[in-house]
Design a protein around this ligand. Sequence first.
Ligand SMILES: [Mg+2]
Length: 261
Amino acid sequence: MSTSSVLASLVHDPPRTAVVADFDGSLAPIVADPAAAVALPGVLEVLEDLVGNVGTVAIISGRPVEFLASRLPIGGLILVGNYGLERLVDGLVVLDPSAAPFLPAIAEAADEAERAWPGLHVERKGGIAVTLHWRGDPDQGEAAAAWAEATGVRLGLKVVLGRMARELRPNVPTDKGTVLEGLLRDHDAALFAGDDHGDLAAFDALDRLAAVCALRAAVRVGVASTEGPAEICSRADVVVDGPAGLSALLSELVAALRERD
Ligand SMILES: [Mg+2]
């Protein structure tokens, strides 16, 4: 799909258009210390412009929603964290009740990870998930991934693949795709952009909605990187080069929306 036809499909009926993106690797460059990640310069401005011009603008991320709020302080921007298990509602973090029974196992997995992998970064995500990152010591990756798989089975948790990381999460059906479907109920055109394994569920959701004609336009944007899964690009309608490429595409969308007025 050419960029111009993508933009045309999204400016047809702006109040019924949704623009949804992942955060890390899509709007923020991947950095060695996950706590240091910030949106690329210009991204806040383009998201603010979109909030004023289309029906829904949302971020669906694996991060805790409070982290997203600290990085993207934009009124009207919908923030969904921990792959759909947390939302910010009137400034308060609301946890999906289905996650609650898994929280003791998440705490246990986080404690074990810190004991087993003192040299790796163990990211506790608001008590709802824990991620083991080996970007700082890639040689440990294979063993750390095997540990995460075994620990997930033993504690009854879901294991999610990430870029040089594995995350242990509540074993519930919520994912980026189910969240996206919920957000798109009153829309007929949608763009979703992502760079990693977890984003493929959102591509699946667009496939499902397009297959039943629930969407007039469904645009899958693959944010290319050297580390992401091949399906991010092979399944995309549009491929952009990293967060800078996505920021440029969204700026073009803002310009196309303004031209339409
Ligand atoms: Mg990402």
